[in-house]
Design a protein around this ligand. Structure first.
Ligand code: PRP
Length: 211
């Protein structure tokens, strides 16, 4: 018997793009387009149930098996290192993780570098690899303010268009890693719903390659 696939979708612009891909390849769900505040939608015929969750929580739902699969940014996967399978790079939601600073910034390597970020593990790994001492200032948003107010020397954050940096007189100084959205799977689900998940992943891959 065909089993339902539970999908964690990242709420927001990326999620809308992801849903569009899933629906185009055969996992449509008419009820998800009704205007309401519901968070769970299913289409039994298509064998799919969708949940809207915070983008940074997708990997938690998938790791714990509440969702069989989901779509998460590589930034989240690098930061939280969830125990999930990364099935496919959807090549959407593209941006980069970068170090940025005020335009006149000069690094004094004699001193500990103060780094403001939402991604302490990525920042720690990056500077650890360079042997640079840092002091992490963990923030939850609006990271760009930290160097402007001289609370940090640099930020480690996502840069997409670069507009936020430019409009705050900051500039990217080092690229850390390119980021894009990844299809991920719970490890147990991958075994027990293997046919359903591999079929879905293959359809998505085919769509992405031909788009
Ligand atoms: C991200 C990031 C930057 C901005 C970069 O923030 O933290 O602030 O997008 O995009 P840009 O290069 O196109 O300007 P997000 O919109 O996720 O909001 P947040 O700071 O509240 O997390």
């Amino acid at each position: 018997m065909k089993q339902m696939i539970n999908v964690a979708l990242p709420k927001g612009r990326l999620g809308e793009k992801v849903l569009n891909i899933f629906e185009t390849v055969g996992y449509d769900c008419p009820s998800i387009h009704e205007t309401n505040r519901k968070l769970i939608f299913e289409n039994e015929e298509a064998g799919v149930r969708y949940f809207w969750v915070k983008p940074s929580d997708v990997s938690i739902y998938v790791e714990r098996g509440a969702a069989d699969i989901g779509v998460a940014g590589k930034d989240i996967l690098l930061e939280y290192a969830p125990d999930v399978y990364e099935l496919y790079d959807l090549d959407i939601g593209k941006c980069r993780m970068a170090v940025a600073a005020c335009k006149n910034f000069h690094d004094n390597t004699e001193r500990t570098l103060r780094v403001a970020t939402k991604f302490p593990n990525i920042a720690r790994d990056y500077y650890g690899g360079k042997g640079r001492d840092i002091d992490i200032i963990k923030l939850n948003g609006s990271i760009e303010i930290a160097p402007i107010l001289r609370m940090s020397d640099v930020i480690v954050d996502i840069v997409e268009t670069g507009t936020t940096l430019r409009e705050n007189n900051l500039e990217p100084i080092e690229d850390i890693v390119p980021i894009s959205a990844r299809l991920i799977s719970n490890k147990v689900s991958y075994k027990f719903k293997n046919e359903e998940i591999t079929t879905l992943a293959a359809k998505i891959k085919e769509y992405c390659l031909n788009r």
